[in-house]
Write a protein that binds this ligand. Sequence first.
Ligand code: HEM
Length: 315
Amino acid sequence: MDGDQIERLRATFRRAWLDQLEDWQRRNEIVLFDAVNLVLTQAAAAWAGIPADKDRAELCRELSGMVENAGGIGPSTMLALWRRRRTERTIGDLVRRVPSGALDLPANSPVRLVSEYVDAEGMPLDLASAAVEIINIIRPVVAIGRFIMFAALALHQHRQWYDKFAAGDDDGLEAFAEEVRRLYPFFPFIGGRARHPFEWKGYRFHEGDWVLLDLHGTNHDPRLFAEPDRFIPERGLSWKTRGFDFIPHGGGDPATTHRCPGEAVTVALIMEAVRLLTRSMAYQVPDQDMTVSLARMPARPKSGFRIDNVRRKPG
Ligand code: HEM
């Protein structure tokens, strides 16, 4: 995810959003969460090199279902798993067609990069592993929709920021996106197993012990963030400088630890979505239940954030 890839994905995302805006204008009301997930699916698929004959609405259900159902076990999880296997087969078929040149893909498209990857012994990935790796890149792009929905909620609840960005001012936009990632809940924690016995601050870990990293709790720790439950973009947060304090996607340095390598692109797409929401369209926010229950994982406002009367702004 170097700068060129991020820029290519950002520009593709912007185009997909503006295309969808035509459709949103024709509808009485849209659920922003669902609408943005579809935009992100279109952008991620085009950027990755998945041909347009793969139905985007179905792909969106598959990819967003994998995120939505990651927090529980039940019939919807089984359906999500079944969809996942089907997506893996479809993407595996694509990977098979790359070497023959049957797919005309740019050299830097993720489908091509993964398909042509060879390890230190010169061995390519098997089809199943290549498909999983490609899904591991496009699925989290769709997951950014949750933060974009929360960004829209923050713009609604803190009108002064809406007015500032609508006026074309980009100052503070990155800190706004980062504060959205700090305050609003996504996954509360991630788990791992201790590979070696060790001791840390008086706690003993044995090999194989389960360890949970408290993402939400750390991001709301009053020792690290004053008034942690308030939305204060003026904190000027950035994941680049807060390795183990501000950890919406895991802690540490992405080059050497498990910290997510997708943070830069996540912030770039949230920022672009804020520009689009405030400068490219006008909309109204009808009365709705915007409560966010922490009992649901991953969390979201109950309504999914409904907007109506969508109009494209000139320019
Ligand atoms: C909503 C946005 C995202 C969230 C909440 C998120 C969260 C996370 C977390 C918590 C991890 C660490 C998992 C662990 O080690 O246990 C992780 C790893 C990873 N993320 Fe993300 N991520 C997001 C977006 C992205 C994006 C946009 C990409 C790529 C385009 C991406 C690619 C990855 C990869 C490849 C890893 C595995 C890193 C490794 O351990 O080798 N993520 N993500």
